[in-house]
Design a binder for this molecule. Structure first.
Ligand SMILES: [Ca+2]
Ligand SMILES: [Ca+2]
Length: 446
């Protein structure tokens, strides 16, 4: 029995996606078995090839300098392959740097990243800032600008992404721009690896389903996400469920306050067969661990997710997308739920907005929460059973068969027909159940 290889298990898909990325960027979860892929870096290989920085992977020290005579060395255990370690410094502006000729800046904005790690145990949070020192051609003075920062938590030895962006600058007035990493905490030595700096328009991703930047990896471009009666911040952290950033929602004052995004949901999403044609929402979610000390699961309402559809007659409909009685906690959880079908009675769609809110505590407080990897797309039947079924068939229902044709040079071919099984077997199933999923279903209806 041959089954279509249309879908593989989710894990396998993550693997194949990782292998298309370049800088050693797949992360394995520290507390799961080996080969347990959790997420991949979001950037594509091209960002390293197209980078305005040279020697992006730090194969050696070529092109990199330690600003104002600080000390650096090549290390073997970088983020991927070799990297750079910068020793303790005397002044905050001493740090790893590279100078780029300003004539290379031809686009209106650039975005970059470098992975950083502390080289020793630290007992307090450690902040690194990416600076741009822009040398004016006219009078030889320098303009300084902080273009990105990251805070590494006390005690952490993980690699962290330091995202940065330089936008809307009149690059033509400068002769060169020096990027350098600085920190007030000069006694802490740190490591850096895998740098890039590219035209921001070259790496903006296409929306996945209805959601643009659902993994919050491109927030520095001005995201479509907003805090709704709440403060929306972006956290850059290596433990993000997807990529290197996620959203924090704080300062909530009501059950409806949370996160929202306007979506390109048009009339093509309305109506049709409501038994098969509906949207599925999934997202990663956790509560603030600090808040969990006062957490009583029974005292908190579940998260809520709704699509608000406004029609051309200014009427509003809400489509529920989260039907769960799960108990969120301080660990990342994956939430997945089908939305109610969007029926014709919503009218002509003018705007559509997804809200993620809820979480009202019995005492009238509204806890902070975190979100990542939000997807909203057509529901499709999970076909991961096919691969599993094929493996079971190989394992249980197939045996090797040997036919000895020695001494029968006159035999041109052998036809084998199984006439009787050792035991009675069979199955009943709905004719439509595997339509389009199994190639030779008819053979089993004989
Ligand atoms: Ca490297
Ligand atoms: Ca993310």
């Amino acid at each position: 029995m041959k089954l279509l290889g249309l879908a593989s298990l989710g894990l396998a898909q993550e693997w194949s996606k990782c292998s298309q990325l370049c800088d050693g960027g797949e992360q394995t979860q520290t507390n799961c078995a080996s080969n347990c892929v959790r997420s991949c870096n979001i950037e594509s290989c091209s960002v390293y090839d197209d980078s305005l920085f040279t020697n992006t992977h730090v194969d050696d020290l070529t092109g990199w300098n330690c600003n104002a005579n600080c000390q650096m060395e090549l290390i073997d255990d970088g983020y991927s392959g070799t990297g750079i370690q910068v020793a303790a410094r005397n002044q905050k502006w001493q740090g790893l740097s590279q100078i780029i000729d300003a004539s290379q800046f031809t686009a209106t904005g650039y975005v970059g990243n470098v992975f950083v790690q502390v080289a020793e145990n630290i007992t307090e949070d450690f902040r690194l800032e990416m600076m741009a020192a822009k040398l004016l051609t006219a009078d030889g003075t320098t303009q300084y600008e902080e273009v990105g920062r990251v805070t590494i938590p006390a005690g952490s030895t993980a690699w962290y992404p330091l995202n940065f962006a330089i936008e809307n600058s009149n690059f033509g007035q400068f002769s060169q721009i020096k990027f350098y990493i600085q920190s007030e905490q000069t006694s802490v030595s740190y490591r850096a690896d895998e740098f890039y700096l590219v035209d921001q328009t070259t790496i903006l991703p296409e929306p996945v389903g209805l959601i643009h930047d659902g993994d919050f990896e491109f927030h520095q471009f001005g995201s479509d996400w907003y805090g709704n009666g709440a403060t929306l911040e972006y956290i850059d952290a290596i433990d993000a469920p997807k990529g290197n950033s996620y959203a924090k929602i704080s300062g909530r004052t009501a059950a409806w306050s949370g996160l929202h995004i306007d979506m390109p949901l048009d009339q093509s999403y309305v109506g049709g067969d409501t038994t098969t044609r509906f949207l599925q929402l999934s997202f990663s979610f956790k509560m603030d661990e600090g808040d969990m000390e006062s957490w009583v699961p029974g005292d908190m309402s579940s998260p809520k997710a709704q699509i608000k559809i406004k029609n051309t007659e200014d009427q509003t409909n809400y489509i529920n997308c989260l039907f769960a009685c799960g108990i969120p906690d301080g660990q990342w959880q994956q939430w997945e739920s089908n939305c109610d079908p969007i029926e014709d009675n919503v009218g002509s769609v003018e705007t559509a907005t997804l809200f993620i809110s809820g979480l009202e505590h019995k005492d009238g407080t509204f806890m902070d929460y975190y979100v990542d990897d939000v997807k909203l797309d057509w529901w499709t039947r999970d076909q991961s059973w096919i691969q599993a079924a094929n493996l079971r068939i190989d394992d249980i229902r197939k045996i090797d068969l040997q036919i000895n044709t020695a001494g029968r040079a006159d035999v041109a071919s052998v036809d084998i027909k199984m006439k009787k099984a050792d035991y009675t077997w069979g199955a009943t199933m709905d004719t439509f159940m595997m339509n389009g999923e199994v190639t030779d279903l008819g053979q089993f209806r004989k």
